[in-house]
Design a protein around this ligand. Structure first.
Ligand code: 5GP
Length: 189
């Protein structure tokens, strides 16, 4: 996705440990025009599939997920990183974050993820794949069917795709970062 590639090269910043900061246009300040194009591209890539629900995880997945859901006229549900006291029929998993170096609980209500749902999962980053594997666990526990996973940015050198594809998951990433060493952003053409 040319527009996204250009923006990452223009406004993205690398940090120690293979971290790419895109907080001026994706996950702190957000560019809604770019986010709409991201939604359009997810719709195009998954056009051949039957989806009835978009799923994501808070917080940074919500913007691309809502754009995709809006374009497809489908509901969007996000997994929460804190258990609300009022949540009923809760499904639970744990996710380890390498970027934050901690394990956290993730929950979603079974009321919004059910057997018979055909789910497209959308998120901002695919790195080591831990968040996505946690989501896969929630989907499995719910009895829903995962149609595919779409990521705005994949860091290929952290191998999350391999983990997911081994489990039979279809992965689509709009920008694939080959390398971030020496603080140079290398995007796959
Ligand atoms: P994973 O579980 O695949 O290792 O990482 C997924 C989550 O970690 C993403 O949803 C994202 O929030 C965060 N993350 C991983 N790598 C990066 C990065 O390079 N930059 C930013 N901003 N977030 C990242």
């Amino acid at each position: 996705m040319e527009l996204l590639h250009k923006r990452i090269l223009q406004d993205g910043h690398c940090y120690e440990g293979g971290i790419l900061k895109v907080d001026s246009f994706i996950n702190h300040q957000m560019d809604p025009i770019l986010m709409k194009s991201i939604g359009v591209e997810f719709v195009r890539r998954f056009a051949s599939t039957e989806v009835n629900k978009i799923m994501t995880i808070e917080a940074s997945g919500i913007a691309p997920a809502i754009m995709t859901g809006y374009l497809l006229n489908l509901p969007v549900v996000f997994a929460k990183k804190k258990k609300p006291s009022t949540m009923e029929n809760m499904l639970h998993t744990q996710i380890h974050s390498f970027t934050k170096d901690r394990t956290y609980d993730v929950v979603i209500s079974h009321d919004f993820l059910k057997p018979g749902d055909n789910v497209l999962f959308v998120d901002d980053f695919l790195a080591y794949g831990n968040a996505a594997i946690g989501v896969l666990d929630l989907i499995k526990k719910s009895g829903a069917n995962l149609v595919g996973m779409g990521f705005i940015i994949e860091k290929a050198f952290q191998n999350g795709r391999k983990l997911l594809e081994e489990k039979g998951v279809r992965v689509e990433s709009l920008a694939i970062i080959e390398d971030l060493s020496n603080c140079t952003i290398k995007i796959r053409k």
